[in-house]
Design a binder for this molecule. Structure first.
Ligand code: A2P
Length: 306
């Protein structure tokens, strides 16, 4: 899987077709998608055109998508991946992830209240995992993994899996380094992808807190960027790659798409990596409180296991 991929969360319909085409022409070979992002059909049109024009072949691309939380139940996974495949106009995915370790009542995009959220015992993730394994058996996806899973939740799957999870995609950047989770995943053969690596400042307001620090304006990051004649985003992405994670910055702007991919060429010194290590403050931009609203069986402590 190419270490730097294109994130598509928040890439609006009307924008994402051009973004995917520009990205692949720039050299991106990894696109990160999800049913919930609501833009897979437009991404599919871009992929179809890129294949038809001969820019790339299907085999040269790595395409990830994610199973939404309301489709965890028996009989729901295959229709969900088939919808994604039909929207993306693909015969198979390279990687399919359980988007969150939280199950919703079928037909619920986002919970109106905590009542829409199922208790873990009602939909055990180890059983959802068995249904993910069936999708590999059927050739619908080549690899499977999880997203937003704590080390404990990854460990529960690893213990019982027939096909081990190969990926945990989580929020990760210098303000949320999660070294223990990275170590646990590495010891268990699970790769890690860092999402929101630039701080996702284009999130909708309901996902924002009042006192958020702005990662791209961090003075340490800016100083390192200046020393390399690079942009702060490039330092954040080079840090992620040098830590051994893959990373999926989102952009719909051709100049920034190119800048982000070129971050793969930037090498940070040990001293610079250490200065960035010192920025950790365990600060989530994606807090997860949508899953802990009144009436939910989850608290932030049981969601993240911390
Ligand atoms: P845009 O899509 O207009 O380029 P994240 O990947 O953490 O979710 O962050 C995405 C946000 O960062 C978007 O607002 C995106 O804007 C912006 N962004 C992407 N690349 C860069 C860059 N190289 N420099 C500054 N901002 C960037």
């Amino acid at each position: 899987m190419p270490a730097i991929g294109l994130g598509t969360w928040k890439s609006a319909p009307g924008e994402v077709y051009d973004a995917v085409k520009a990205a692949v022409k720039e050299g991106y070979r990894h696109i990160d998608c999800a049913f919930l992002y609501g833009n897979e059909a437009e991404i599919g049109r871009a992929l179809q055109d890129l294949f038809a024009e001969g820019t790339v072949t299907r085999e040269q691309m790595w395409i990830t998508s994610k199973l939404w939380n309301d489709s965890h139940g028996e009989g729901h996974l295959q229709p969900a991946i088939e919808k994604t495949l039909s929207d993306l106009k693909l015969d198979w995915l390279d990687l399919y992830l359980i988007h969150w370790p939280v199950s919703l009542k079928a037909g619920t995009a986002l919970p109106d209240s905590g009542e829409d959220i199922l208790a873990p015992g009602e939909m055990p993730m180890t059983e959802v995992w068995g249904r993910m394994e069936n999708l590999v058996d059927k050739g619908l996806t080549r690899h499977i993994g999880v997203s937003n899973f704590s080390a404990k939740k990854v460990g529960d799957i690893v213990k019982t899996a027939r096909i081990k999870p190969e990926m945990n995609q989580v929020e990760m950047h210098p303000y949320l380094q999660q070294q223990a989770l990275v170590n646990f995943c590495r010891e268990n053969g699970v790769h890690v992808t860092a999402y929101s690596p630039l701080g996702s400042m284009d999130r909708p307001d309901f996902l924002k807190q009042e006192d958020e620090p702005i990662l791209l304006e961090d003075p340490v990051i800016r100083e390192i960027a200046q020393a390399h004649d690079a942009g702060p985003a490039q330092v954040l992405l080079a840090w992620a790659v040098q830590r051994g994670t893959s990373v999926i910055p989102k952009s719909v702007n051709p100049r920034r798409l190119a800048e982000n991919l070129a971050a793969g060429q930037l090498t940070l010194s040990d001293a610079e990596m250490q200065s960035i290590a010192g920025l950790d403050r365990h600060r989530r931009y994606i807090v997860g409180d949508i899953w802990t609203q009144q009436g939910s069986p989850y608290t932030l402590a049981t969601l993240w296991d911390e």
